[in-house]
Design a protein around this ligand. Structure first.
Ligand code: SAH
Length: 266
C-alpha cells in the first residue's frame, strides 16, 4: 500500500476533535518587500507547521529528483503550504504528486506540473538575468495554490477564474497569506486580462483547442507563455510560445491532462 504522509495522523492522535487543516493553518505566510528574490517568509507561531514542513521538504526533494533544478521554484514550492488549498478530507494527500479535486469538477494540478510550468516560464530566453518574473497572468485560479507559488517568483501576479465558486474559495484560501503582489480576478480568462498587460509570462491551468490570440497580444516582447493545448492528434500537450523580435517561437512538449478551457463565466 502507498505510504501516506504522517502529519495529519499525528495531529489527529493528539487532538481528535480538530480538523488538521485548521491546526496546520496556524502557520502563516507573511509577505516581504516584492523586490527581493524570496518575497515570503514562513512564520510558525505555534510550531505545528513543523510537521507539514517536513513533508513539504520531502515533496520538494522528490521534485528535484524528478528533474526540477530551479532553486527559486523549489524554494517557492517549499514555502507555499499546499494542504491549505485542499479540502480537509484530502489534507493527507496534499503533498503527494497527484492532482486533487477542488470542487465544481476542477482539479489542482500535480506539484510536479506546477513546478515544471513555472520553471519553463523562468527559462525564457527573453527573461534571463531577472531574479523575479515581472507581471504574470494565470488563467484558471482554481483553489489559488499555483497563484500563491507564482506570487513567490514574480513581481506581480494577475490570476483569473471563470467560476464564481472557485474564485471565492481561492480568495478565502489566500486571505491569510497576505500576498500584496497577487490579484485574483473573476472573469473569462479566454480574453486574457488587458488591464494588467503586457505580461512577461502567461500560464494557463486549463487546456483549449488552441491558444487564444488575446494571450499572444497581451504577452510582452521577450515574454513566454506556457499552456496545455490540443495537438493535431487530439491529445493535450504543453506548448511554450516565446514572443521574440523575430516572431513567435512555438515548442511542443510532453503530453498533459488538464481540465478544459471554457469561455464565459459561471
Ligand atoms: N491553478 C489552479 C488549477 C485549477 S484547474 C490551482 O492551483 O488550483 C483550472 C481552472 O481553470 C479551473 O478552475 C477552471 O474553472 C478554470 N478555467 C477554465 N477556463 C477558464 C477561463 N476561460 N477563464 C478563467 N478560468 C478558466
Amino acid at each position: 500500500m502507498k505510504q501516506r504522509p504522517s502529519f495529519p495522523a499525528r495531529l489527529d492522535s493528539g487532538k481528535p476533535q480538530v480538523a488538521p487543516k485548521t491546526l496546520l493553518g496556524a502557520t502563516r505566510v507573511v509577505a516581504a518587500p516584492s523586490s527581493r528574490v524570496k518575497p515570503v517568509t514562513l512564520v510558525s507561531p505555534t510550531g505545528v507547521g513543523l510537521e507539514s514542513s517536513t513533508i513539504r521538504a520531502r515533496m520538494v526533494k522528490k521534485l528535484a529528483e524528478q528533474g526540477i533544478q530551479d532553486a527559486v521554484v523549489l524554494d517557492a514550492m517549499n514555502r507555499v503550504e499546499r494542504h491549505r488549498f485542499v479540502d480537509s478530507a484530502l489534507v493527507n494527500q496534499a503533498y503527494e504528486d497527484t492532482s486533487l479535486p477542488i470542487g465544481l469538477g476542477q482539479t489542482i494540478s500535480k506539484p510536479n506540473v506546477v513546478a515544471r510550468m513555472i520553471a519553463l516560464l523562468r527559462e525564457a530566453p527573453g527573461l534571463q538575468g531577472e531574479p523575479l518574473l515581472g507581471r504574470v497572468l494565470e488563467i484558471g485560479t482554481g483553489c489559488g495554490y499555483q497563484a500563491a507559488v507564482l506570487a513567490c517568483v514574480a513581481r506581480e501576479v494577475y490570476s483569473i477564474e471563470r467560476l464564481r465558486g472557485l474564485h471565492d474559495k481561492a480568495r478565502e484560501n489566500l486571505r491569510t497569506l497576505r500576498l500584496p503582489n497577487l490579484h485574483v480576478i473573476f472573469g473569462d480568462g479566454m480574453v486574457g486580462y488587458a488591464q494588467g498587460a503586457p505580461y512577461s509570462a502567461i500560464i494557463s491551468a486549463a487546456g483549449g483547442e488552441s491558444v487564444p490570440q488575446a494571450w499572444i497580444d497581451q504577452l510582452a516582447m521577450g515574454g513566454r507563455l506556457v499552456a496545455p493545448t490540443h495537438t493535431s492528434t487530439g491529445q493535450q500537450a504543453l506548448v511554450v510560445i516565446d514572443k521574440t523580435p523575430q516572431g513567435l517561437q512555438q515548442t511542443l512538449l510532453e503530453a498533459v491532462n488538464f481540465v478544459p478551457l471554457k469561455s464565459g463565466i459561471a
